[in-house]
Design a protein around this ligand. Structure first.
Ligand code: ADP
Length: 163
């Protein structure tokens, strides 16, 4: 728990991250100069059929950021604004890939702001990542295709630690 007087700028980056792609990693990297801390929130949605369990997603993403003390990863299964409050976050970080994302993001951002005053910070996806989505990557995995271009590479020292 964080004190309500904390001046630290904390953002949550919520999503399904099934799996976490290079597009997601780019949003985290570009968010780091804006915030003191980013909590990646792996949303657990019982109604969505997931490829990876939430534990596995949390573990894989945590490994990617093991070297970055300003990034934490947690699973949550309640409302995103309640997760944000638990994290002491005043901001929600999201990526915007296209006009398809726009209306959805706007409606949720407006509702979250109305409920709690939390601000959503949207970053436009870098063009070369805009066609990458977890659902496309899942589809490719299901058909046995190589997806390593779309997934962030683990840092070499993280590999060494795991051995
Ligand atoms: P959700 O199911 O909540 O949309 P996702 O895991 O698909 O969760 O996405 C989480 C966030 O990451 C969303 O804000 C989404 O727009 C953003 N995002 C997804 N793919 C990309 C990408 N290729 N580049 C940048 N942002 C992305």
């Amino acid at each position: 728990m964080h004190s309500p007087n904390s001046r630290r700028k904390i953002a949550i980056f919520p999503g399904s991250f099934d799996p976490f792609t290079v597009g997601h990693a780019s949003i985290v990297e570009r968010g780091l100069p804006l915030f003191d801390e980013i909590v990646i929130g792996v949303g657990v949605n019982e109604n969505k059929r997931a490829l990876y369990t939430s534990d596995r997603r949390v573990e894989a993403i945590s490994r990617l950021y093991a070297h970055e003390p300003r990034v934490r990863v947690e699973a949550y299964d309640d409302l995103t604004v309640d997760f944000a409050r638990r994290c002491g976050a005043s901001f929600i970080l999201r990526g915007l890939r296209s006009v398809k994302d726009f209306e959805y993001e706007r409606d949720i951002a407006n509702m979250n702001h109305r409920l709690t005053g939390i601000e959503t910070v949207l970053l436009f996806t870098e063009p070369h990542y805009s066609s990458i989505s977890s659902s496309v990557v899942r589809e490719l995995i299901a058909f046995g295709k190589d997806v390593h271009d779309f997934l962030p590479a683990p840092r070499p020292e993280a590999d060494a630690d795991a051995r």
